[in-house]
Write a protein that binds this ligand. Structure first.
Ligand code: HEM
Length: 254
């Protein structure tokens, strides 16, 4: 049997995920850790060149911003790696341990992020304070809510489908740190950082989470055929083990 040149093999799909998700995540996380834990403490003069608007704020809220950066970076490294099929299937114990480290890191990073959203740089755009704070606060809530739905699905209901659905969306929220920094670089490059920064409060994560929702739905559709959003959301108000529509239809007819 020949493989159509445009058909994705599992190996090429793995390489795609590696290039688009894991590598950028690890690069952003390690460079942020190096910047805030090594470069800025050793060479404070660098503050003049990197985000000088936030130097005083970050000095005031040192524990919150450093706590956020350290735990968020751990999450950004561990989360995408833990999505790997091979790790999930062949090394269950490692998947569980990394998953626990990821959940603890997101919980702490998000708690610090909710606090920091009230002190984020508001820029010069009218309404900048509302835009940046509401956007990053909402992202912090999405981060915590999708994590608790994913953990509850596996720990309470042993529901692997629902767990993977919410985890894919949660990791897309974590991954928004990469999108945020790409857009940040773009507004610096066009010389409009002070004016446009508050827009990143929303533009820096909504596209990433939207793609996450599409990927999570596609993941379930691959396993069970078409899956309606309502069937995924329903246990919010009717807890219990979720039965995929096709399985329940097969059971009814069988
Ligand atoms: C996904 C949910 C996240 C939320 C809600 C969030 C929220 C925030 C907030 C409110 C600030 C202060 C912004 C300002 O001063 O203008 C901040 C800064 C920062 N965050 Fe996050 N963050 C998230 C994810 C991450 C991740 C995954 C990383 C991993 C590298 C990260 C790294 C940083 C860094 C390094 C800063 C300092 C500002 C900078 O140098 O860019 N954040 N974050």
């Amino acid at each position: 049997m020949t493989t159509h040149p445009r058909q994705m093999t599992p190996r090429s799909r793995r390489r795609g995920v590696l290039a688009l998700v894991v590598v950028p995540s690890v690069v952003v996380a390690t460079s942020m850790l190096a910047l805030y834990l090594v470069v800025l403490p050793l060479f404070p003069a660098v503050h003049q060149y990197y985000f000088p608007e936030s130097t005083a704020t970050y000095a005031t809220y040192r524990v919150a911003i450093l706590g956020h950066i350290v735990f968020a970076s751990v999450a950004l490294i561990v989360g995408p790696i833990n999505l790997y099929n091979g790790l999930r299937r062949r090394h269950r114990a490692a998947h569980r341990r990394l998953g626990t480290a990821y959940a603890v890191s997101v919980s702490l990073a998000a708690t610090f992020a909710l606090f920091m959203s009230f002190h984020a740089y508001a820029g010069t755009l009218p309404g900048g304070r509302v835009l940046i704070t509401s956007g990053l606060f909402t992202l912090g809530c999405v981060w915590l809510a999708t994590l608790s739905l994913a953990v509850r699905a596996i720990a309470v209901h042993h529901d692997v489908d629902r767990h993977s659905f919410w985890m894919i969306i949660n990791i897309s929220a974590t991954y928004s740190a990469v999108l945020f920094r790409l857009l940040n670089g773009a507004i610096v490059a066009v010389g409009r950082f002070e004016q446009l920064y508050p827009l990143l409060g929303w533009l820096g994560w909504v596209p990433s989470v939207a793609v996450g929702v599409l990927l999570a739905r596609r993941h379930l559709a691959r396993r069970h055929g078409r899956v309606g959003t309502a069937s995924i959301l329903s246990p919010w108000w009717a807890p219990g083990r979720w039965t995929p529509p096709l399985e329940s239809a097969a059971r009814r007819s069988g």
